[in-house]
Design a protein around this ligand. Structure first.
Ligand code: TGC
Ligand code: FAD
Length: 397
């Protein structure tokens, strides 16, 4: 007969295929054995080890739902479960992976020429190359339609563009070999995607300084992309896609990964809070877990983690059966990030003063989840996307 499993209360695992469960197991083993032991050091010292991308590539975790090019060709659910396992350790590690898998690899796979796919995808899949995605600018975050980075045709060299402008808050940029930069074509004013290769940029045309002293996502590396007449061959431009459909298609994939990932961070926090509440005794030798107010925090977190996982799984299945709409992704990205952040903040209280020590890990999840709720469309922006779909009236401006 069935028994209640607090770690999977609504039996989400029943919805996964054997292959998906095997991929989740591989990811969990790697994350717990190889990433968890590094995370405190990485977070304390703001150090991201580039080897992590290579290790993930060797295990087939990068671009896992892409067919061919050395990728696993797994389901969207399997990709989501990978994100969940990585973020169970740290949102920053999931971030570095999301940018590689969902943002740049998906962009090339969906919109690249055959030559671009052949040249970049296998090397991004095995982690030999590190990539990033440059959309946000110092003056334009939630409103990427207003970006100012410009691509103009080279005045003398045919088949070459010169990119100028600045991108900021770009995950992986300081260590990237190839950057997917979104810029407006001077001649048309339309947004286009360019694959900027660091090795082909003459000195002084490209800088990618790191943004230091973050108070969240410290185990990932974040920086700027500063371009000053940076030459990019026309063969490195996506040939057809114009406007925001390009970057948003990549974001659809990454946002769904975040909806799974945030549930990993929440589940890890729940598990740690439960252990702490059973061990820690206050008032006549009772464990904290005996008190009703503590139990409510655990019940709330377990409920939201279970609901969020099921919802993300449903959206991923709809994606694989071509029944997805972007609003579905907005709904699960927003809800899962909001619920993860709210619950993790409540669970943090269970640790009392010890929550202030990073060795209990809970404070790290809280700080990370604030960023996760903000990037790839802050929660209120996703509320407006949903509001527009519900009413037919847009409220952005
Ligand atoms: P809007 O008029 O809504 O749309 C413009 C064009 O884009 C198309 N489109 C989509 N296409 C595919 N998927 C989607 N989800 C799409 N959403 C819109 C749309 O059909 C239209 O196409 P066309 O051909 O008619 O031109 O555009 P808007 O300017 O009104 O957009 C407003 C808003 C708020 C929805 C949008 O700008 C938005 O989502 N803002 C949030 C910005 C954001 O998410 N930035 C993310 C930066 S990357 C990042 O954070 C990576 S962190 C990674 C990590 O470290 O893990
Ligand atoms: P703003 O757009 O200035 O928004 C500030 C606040 O105002 C938000 O709460 C927002 O919801 C609200 N707001 C804005 N407009 C409206 C409105 N019309 N109605 C109501 N409220 C509104 N970007 C990339 O391109 N690539 C990356 O790899 C990347 N990685 C990141 C990593 C980190 C660690 C961080 C912190 C950010 C990263 N970003 C990246 C940038 C991220 O996507 C943006 O920070 C995010 O989209 C929000 O933009 P903003 O910071 O400019 O905030």
């Amino acid at each position: 007969s069935a028994s209640f499993n607090w770690e999977d209360p609504l039996a989400a695992s029943e919805l996964y295929t054997e292959e998906e469960l095997a991929i989740q197991d591989t990811a969990r083993q790697y994350c717990q054995e190889r990433l968890l032991p590094r995370v405190l050091d990485g977070y304390r010292n703001e150090q991201y080890d580039r080897k992590i991308i290579k290790e993930m590539g060797e295990l087939g975790l990068l671009g896992a739902s892409i067919e061919g090019y050395g990728c696993a060709g797994a389901s969207t659910v399997a990709s989501g479960l990978i994100a969940k396992e990585v973020e169970r350790v740290d949102s920053g590690y999931r971030s570095g992976m999301s940018v590689q898998s969902s943002l740049i690899m998906t962009g090339i796979y969906e919109f690249g020429t055959q030559e671009q796919k052949d040249r970049f995808l296998p090397e991004l899949a095995n982690g030999n190359l590190v990539g990033c995605f440059g959309l946000t600018e110092p003056n334009h975050g939630s409103d990427p339609g207003s970006i100012e980075t410009i691509a103009k045709e080279h005045p003398t060299k045919k088949g070459q563009y010169l990119l100028s402008g600045a991108k900021t808050w770009i995950t992986n940029s300081p260590i990237s070999d190839v950057m997917l930069v979104w810029a407006k074509l001077e001649s048309t004013g339309k947004i286009r995607g360019f694959l900027v290769e660091r090795s082909k940029c003459p000195p002084g045309t490209l800088e990618t300084p790191a943004i230091k002293n973050k108070n969240g996502l410290r185990a990932s590396i974040t920086g700027m992309i500063q371009m000053d007449d940076c030459p990019v061959a026309a063969e490195n431009m996506f040939p057809d896609v114009e406007g925001l459909r390009g970057p948003f298609t990549c974001l659809n994939s990454a946002r769904l990964g975040i909806a799974f990932g945030a549930m990993g961070a929440l589940e890890d926090s729940l598990s740690r809070a439960r252990t702490y509440a059973l061990d820690r005794k206050q008032f006549k030798g009772n464990p904290l877990a005996k008190y009703q107010l503590i139990q409510k925090k655990l019940a709330d977190a377990a409920t939201d983690a279970a609901y969020g996982t099921l919802a993300a799984t449903q959206v991923a299945r709809l994606k694989d059966s071509n029944k997805l709409t972007p609003e579905m992704i907005s709904m699960v990205k927003r809800q899962n990030c909001d619920r993860a952040l709210t619950n993790v903040r409540a669970l943090q209280e269970i640790f009392g003063g010890n929550a202030a020590s990073d060795e209990y890990h809970i404070g790290r999840h809280v700080s990370n989840l604030f960023v996760v709720q903000t990037y790839e469309g802050q929660s209120d922006i996703h509320a407006l996307i949903l509001g527009r779909a519900i009413t037919g009236v847009q409220a952005f401006c």
